[in-house]
Design a protein around this ligand. Sequence first.
Ligand code: FMN
Length: 352
Amino acid sequence: MMVSGGVALALPAAGCGAGQSRWNEAVAETWATLAADASLGDLVRYATLAANSHNTQPWRFSATEGAVTILPDLSRRTPVVDPDDHHLFVSLGCAAENLSIAAEARGRRATIGFDPAGDGNVAISLEPGPAAETPLFVAIPERQCTRSEYDGRAVPTGDLARLEEAARVDGVDVVMIGDPSRMAAVLDYVVAGNTRQVEDPAFVAELSEWLRFNAGQAAGTRDGLYSVASGNPTSPTWLGRLLFPWIFSAESENDRYSRQIRSSSGIAVFVAREEGKAGWVAVGRSYQRFALQATALGIRNAFVNQPIEVPEVRAEFAAWLGLGRRPDLVVRYGYAPSMPKSLRRPVADVMA
Ligand SMILES: Cc1cc2nc3c(=O)[nH]c(=O)nc-3n(C[C@H](O)[C@H](O)[C@H](O)COP(=O)(O)O)c2cc1C
């Protein structure tokens, strides 16, 4: 999936006024720090702050004192970019990890369970335990996917080791790529995947459905990909929808990805040991921990998943990696200022 296609026609009125203040209020509510006496609903809000594909937030939650269950919301699938629900289950893993870290910060020991033969629910059992506010917990409301050019600085070796350590989850390997010639090879796969996606009208139509072209539209749905969070200008919704398929071009997107990857310090590829939903949930947990540790260290990250989203490119990319397994996520990292945040739906809207 890519989100950097910009609508070139920026109308000044779209970024200010009532829509902007509703967006500001929604950002403050979404990303507020967890209360000291957090309720289960507050923990669910922290779970929803996780990364998730196209920001569809494909989840529902049911909570009792001893357990929270995350249920896949299949009405929020993205069948074109994610036909087998791979990204959807990775997203559930990201949310489960946030919930577990937040619960532990508030004195509840969390155990995450997933039964691959079951209904696709992720079950998190909660027992009383010592309260531990870790750096990963503190990073939850600060984390974001930062889809900008980075400043080219290298991440020090000690911090790379901390990222790898944080991402260690049973059943997941993380391949760290920092050598410029290997990063250039990954860029070639990104360009190959991106070109196929931009040329596929079904892909562009699905992406367009999840784009939010101005603050008012983003605040209205509190989901999807807000243009400004990807470094793009705003436009009225009707105009953005009309123009997006025409101005979204492989050439300009490839050029942007090239600058983004060349300015990054490195690339991390997440690979589950076993293919299937359980492996994908584990990958989500591992990525979320990686992203939180990166945030704690002042390191930004963003996905460049094109090599794993187009099946033919994925097969070539897997062969290049030489692991004999399906690569699950491709993430670049480095240093950059923060970007505007993306929104989440209120807790009441995601309770089962
Ligand atoms: C499985 C998965 C796949 C994703 N793929 C992409 C991607 O290809 N490109 C991208 O820019 N963001 C990608 N994202 C990031 C989401 O778009 C992002 O998490 C979401 O919009 C919420 O924004 P935030 O993480 O900044 O809060 C992906 C996230 C997940 C969990």
